[in-house]
Design a binder for this molecule. Structure first.
Ligand code: SAM
Length: 240
């Protein structure tokens, strides 16, 4: 790479819907139309969104396993003046999704390999903000989110119990993502660790079966079991 030069290319990190395909900004759509190529965590997912808005673009895959290799490819495209877009499967890239290593690699490579800067090239990386399950859940949970801790996905095995102890002892709300396979398990673990804690579960946000259920872990176990509500995607908020 030519150090000290301005790289004409651009990388747009674009947030996409977490369910409802109408949750896409005008700026995101314009960016899709104007870019040269879209790198996506799953090309089938972005294809659906693009076809809804009648946009056709070359697609490339970039997932967690290929993030660094594809980052090199993207850097080469940017050096050649291309406008590259990255989207994850849903919501905001980098939030429990690929994106962070890509951005970091492009930034540090442009700066001559130093994360702290240097005499390297200038490079344009822009955010096209939009939905995230985290903020969407908090917006309708009725919980004061002036301060909160976000833990993403809990570890499945090692460190899980320690994380649960930390969560239930927290003085500010704790937000996490959980899969449908483990949601009941998590409620049982919370019930054992802190039976009186208040849990809010935001399920299938922005989709047909969107719902918020709240109560003690035991109450949520009963609700999840009775209504087959243990399906779908979940954000869990533990508060006092
Ligand atoms: N990058 C995404 C974001 O900005 O929210 C998160 C990606 S993470 C791999 C996927 C997890 O986010 C799901 O397992 C679920 O916990 C949560 N999630 C995503 N979409 C959701 C939805 N529509 N309703 C509830 N939770 C959702």
């Amino acid at each position: 790479m030519n150090k000290g030069l301005i790289i004409e290319g651009r990388l747009s990190i674009v947030a996409t819907p977490i369910g409802n395909l109408e949750d896409i900004t005008l700026r995101a759509l314009r960016t899709f139309k104007e870019c040269d190529v879209i790198y996506a965590e799953d090309t089938r997912v972005i294809s659906k969104l693009l076809s809804r808005y009648e946009i056709k673009k070359p697609l490339q895959r970039l997932d967690a396993a290929t993030e660094l290799k594809k980052a090199e490819e993207i850097l080469a495209r940017m050096e050649a003046g291309e406008h590259v877009v990255f989207v994850s499967d849903a919501g905001t890239p980098g939030i429990s999704d690929p994106g962070a290593r890509l951005v970091r690699h492009i930034r540090t490579s442009a700066k001559g390999g130093s994360a702290s800067g240097g005499n390297g090239s200038e490079i344009k990386i822009e955010a096209i903000p939009g939905p995230s399950a985290l903020t969407t859940a908090l917006s309708i949970a009725g919980i004061d989110a002036t301060e909160f801790t976000f833990l993403g996905f809990l570890p499945h095995k090692k460190g899980r119990q320690t994380a649960i102890k930390r969560m239930v002892a927290s003085e500010i709300p704790v937000v996490l993502y959980e899969s449908p396979h483990r949601i009941l398990k998590l409620m049982k673990e919370l019930s054992a660790a802190a039976p009186e804690c208040r849990v809010t579960v935001a399920r299938e946000l922005t989709k047909i079966y969107e719902e918020i259920i709240a109560g003690t872990p035991q109450e949520l176990i009963e609700q999840l079991e009775s209504k087959k509500s243990a399906r779908g995607e979940f954000v869990v908020i533990i508060s006092q």
